[in-house]
Design a protein around this ligand. Sequence first.
Ligand code: 2HA
Ligand code: ZN
Length: 276
Amino acid sequence: MKKIDILAAPFVQEMMNTTANLYRLGWDERNGGNISYLLDEEDVKPFLDLDKVIREIPMIFDASKLAGRYFIVTGSGKYFKNVINAPAENLGIVRVAANGKSLDLLWGLENDAVPTSELPSHFMSHIARLEVDPENRIIMHNHASHLLAMTFTHEMDEKAFTRTLWQMCTECLVVFPEGVSLLPWMVPGTNEIGEATAAKMKETRLVMWPQHGVYGAGKDMDEVFGLIETAEKAAQVYTYVCAQGGVKQTISDADLWRLADAFGLTPREGYLAPRA
Ligand code: 2HA
Ligand code: ZN
């Protein structure tokens, strides 16, 4: 059967538009940032011959829990700025091989490109998120500016960091009631940072890499983008608040409880003072 042009695929369009948007926001300078998006075979089938493997790409970790799964990913060393004008050079569609040790390239990554250098963190995070949320499809990493800056100025304690963000915008508790996780500084691109990120991803969809950037997870592009955008907005407000001389009043824990009740959600246990 004749295949439809892959550039018309909604998931390719989403990757093109989202990378352009992230670049516009200044969170993905040079080759900063990466996205991986889990696809169903049915999503890909109308566009690609699934028996036509362009090349095999080895991996340095075991992804057998994702065997047979399809992903669209950003390429290693590729600039988000360039994706929209050259998607086939900067994006790739891959399938994890049965043994979990290599990828079948089905489209893109032209000129011998390979998937993002952060593939261990992405795939390990997908595995972790799928265990707690079978609907999770996207892992996104970027260098959101104000969140990144906060890892220099704010106490690096998960509860304290989360509470500050919750207090900066009323929306935050509603959008990420489970809070934000923090890693120690680690070398990017390694299995070690992948394992540490994935361990945190079991509890929170946001994980900060200090002096580097943020990881987010979600069911779809709007959810993961909205999640990072909301935390980043709170970090931006925090920056202004500090620049204006610091906090004189904020949202009380009693009010955060009222908010949680109104939206029927459970704030991360122990992060708010017990109800009065
Ligand atoms: O892909 O952002 O963390 C470039 C990076 C590495
Ligand atoms: Zn990065």
